[in-house]
Design a protein around this ligand. Structure first.
Ligand code: HEM
Ligand SMILES: *[C@@H]1O[C@H](CO)[C@@H](O)[C@H](O)[C@H]1NC(C)=O
Ligand SMILES: *[C@@H]1O[C@H](CO)[C@@H](O)[C@H](O)[C@H]1NC(C)=O
Ligand SMILES: *[C@@H]1O[C@H](CO)[C@@H](O)[C@H](O)[C@H]1NC(C)=O
Ligand SMILES: *[C@@H]1O[C@H](CO)[C@@H](O)[C@H](O)[C@H]1NC(C)=O
Length: 502
């Protein structure tokens, strides 16, 4: 039986968890104070010219304590099963858009679909991405996640077009087939499988192949090891002294960048030698960026590592959550299974090869709805942070220059005026529904819309297909943790059993 934590407060936590939490909170408090000091607050108190009429008002809300603002309360909610309770409380008091002070900066929080949409659609003259200092230290100045304007549009466009190309999708489908088969052939009946670990393994291989063209092997292991070291520092104190977490992460990144530089050099050599004049079809993101001719090698190599950040964890968690929700909803699992088996049978009846291609996977409507619903309910990226580059007014709300805006997708995705019974996993709600009409922004939007969204869906569909067509399983009890990143507390253990071939 699964015990659900039904309330947003912490009274169900064990003593052990409580003491861990308080330790964690103390660390966070320290972290935030350092963060605040290190930012050295460029923010000046803005004076409004005495005679000027300003119709738009700064949203209501509280800035909380000096320095730490409302961060501790935000984090204690984020850590609970209902992270949106921080927002819910303030929505009742101040409305859907309110001011607060979190992560070392005065911030306008938007839980309003329309306001968030405007923020996402704005360009770099209005809003730029804002990340914690430890993250920007690790990513470097030319990271696609941080650059703006023309260079950003070029890099984003090149990567996005490549990720959409049919050639890449069929390559990914082939690779995914191979990896999934290798993996699942090793599963014994009644074996306990930790889905979160297994999916991470596969997805990392796919990602590295897509980005730098590397096959599994020694160099892949080297990358994997150093990448773990690297991301351990993403949420660390912004201190760069030898021995510190951030320092170790930077060292790990250096090692990875050296490997990528070596690969770039080899590619440049071979490019020079290719007989045909027209450029060959790119096989990985390095090829794509090299073909552009105007991008420097160090921008390319830095970005290859930075691109692993949004791609590495999100897809495994998407698959893991889908399996969690399906395990709790037999009706949906049954329908998903039928849809997948039917397609397989249809293909074999038509005498075609029974291996599905990428268009087959993306044409499975219910499977896609399951993925969409998982994204809505799971909120893998709960929201994004932007900083205002000038005074802005959105829907009557005043946003001062230098303030952050936190567009909190989770509150929109769980808004009962937009989704009936929002906490229920209900993939049928997407039947004939337009994703763009209801504030669904799991992949962001505007100029920074996630370029990896098709790949994420494709990879998730392929994994689910092979799991449901070849196995039945019983899920062990586990629960979703939402902070600092979404994941399963016990890494989603399931006991699998191979279906008897009919
Ligand atoms: C379930 C999986 C995924 C989710 C939920 C997701 C979500 C998002 C979101 C919300 C953004 C917008 C960030 C912003 O506006 O600042 C984003 C951006 C991005 N995503 Fe994903 N993503 C996923 C998978 C992937 C994959 C597989 C890749 C492949 C490498 C990827 C690469 C990127 C990149 C490069 C950006 C930055 C785009 C830019 O700033 O121009 N994502 N993603
Ligand atoms: C699933 O079963 C089919 C036969 O029914 C087999 O051809 C295929 O390789 C299996 N896939 C995996 C991932 O085990
Ligand atoms: C590429 O070939 C040209 C001559 O065709 C040569 O001048 C250049 O040095 C070569 N570059 C590399 C990296 O080998
Ligand atoms: C380029 O091609 C020639 C033969 O056409 C070969 O002798 C040479 O080794 C190649 N160079 C590289 C760097 O691959
Ligand atoms: C995939 O297979 C279907 C038949 O099941 C076919 O109609 C379609 O053109 C194929 N797509 C690709 C990209 O090969």
């Amino acid at each position: 039986m699964v015990m659900r934590r039904s309330s947003s407060d912490l009274k169900f936590l064990s003593e052990m968890e409580k003491s861990l939490l308080s330790l964690f909170m103390t660390c966070m408090a320290l972290f935030i104070i350092l963060l605040t000091l290190s930012r050295r607050l460029k923010l000046k108190k803005r004076k409004i010219s005495a005679g000027g009429v300003r119709p738009a008002q700064l949203p209501r809300g509280s800035l909380g304590w000096p320095f730490i603002g409302e961060t501790l309360e935000f984090i204690s909610c984020a850590y609970s099963p209902r992270p949106e309770s921080f927002m819910d409380k303030r929505r009742l008091l101040y409305g859907k858009v309110f001011k607060s002070h979190i992560f070392g900066s005065p911030t306008i929080v938007s839980t309003d679909a329309e306001v968030s949409r405007v923020v996402l659609q704005s360009d770099a003259k209005a809003f730029v991405p804002s990340y914690p200092k430890s993250l920007t230290e690790l990513m470097g100045k030319s990271s696609i996640l941080l650059i703006n304007g023309g260079l950003h549009r070029r890099v984003h466009g090149l990567i996005g077009a490549f990720f959409k190309s049919p050639l890449l999708k069929s390559q990914i489908t082939t690779d995914m087939h191979k990896y999934v088969k290798d993996l699942m052939s090793g599963w014994q009946d009644n074996q306990l499988i930790f889905i979160q670990d297994e999916t991470k393994h596969i997805v990392f291989h796919i990602l590295v192949r897509v980005l730098i063209g590397l096959e599994p092997g020694e160099e892949m292991q080297f990358l994997k090891h150093n990448f773990q070291e690297f991301i351990a520092g993403l949420m660390s104190l912004p201190v760069k002294l030898p021995g510190s977490r951030l320092y170790k992460s930077l060292q790990a990144k250096k090692k990875m960048v050296m490997l990528v530089e070596k690969i770039i050099k080899e590619k440049r050599k071979n490019m020079n030698n290719s007989s045909d004049d027209d450029q060959k079809a790119p096989r990985d993101v390095i090829d794509v960026l090299l073909n552009d001719n105007s991008l420097k090698d160090d921008l390319i190599s830095d970005n290859m590592i930075d691109l692993m950040i949004p791609g590495e964890d999100s897809v495994p968690i998407l698959v893991t959550l889908a399996i969690k929700y399906l395990s709790d909803c037999p009706l949906a699992l049954h329908q998903l299974e039928n849809e997948n088996i039917q397609l397989k049978e249809k293909k074999s009846k038509q005498g075609e090869s029974t291996t599905l291609n990428w268009t087959d996977y993306l044409s499975l409507q219910f499977t896609q709805d399951v993925i969409t619903e998982t994204l809505r309910l799971g909120n893998i990226i709960s929201g994004i942070l932007r900083m205002a580059m000038k005074d802005m007014e959105i829907k009557g709300h005043f946003i001062p220059k230098g303030w952050c805006v936190f567009t909190y997708f989770r509150s929109v995705h769980l808004d009962e005026t937009l989704y009936e019974d929002p906490h229920q996993f209900n993939p049928w709600r997407w039947k004939d529904k337009d994703m763009n009409s209801c504030g669904f922004t799991a992949f962001g939007g505007g100029q920074r819309l996630c370029p990896g969204l098709d790949l994420a869906r494709l990879e998730a569909s392929i994994f689910l297909h092979h799991l449901v067509t070849n196995f039945t399983w019983v899920a062990e009890e586990d629960q979703v943790v939402n902070f600092p990143t979404v994941r399963m507390k016990r890494r989603m253990p399931i006991r699998v059993k191979r279906k008897v071939a009919t």
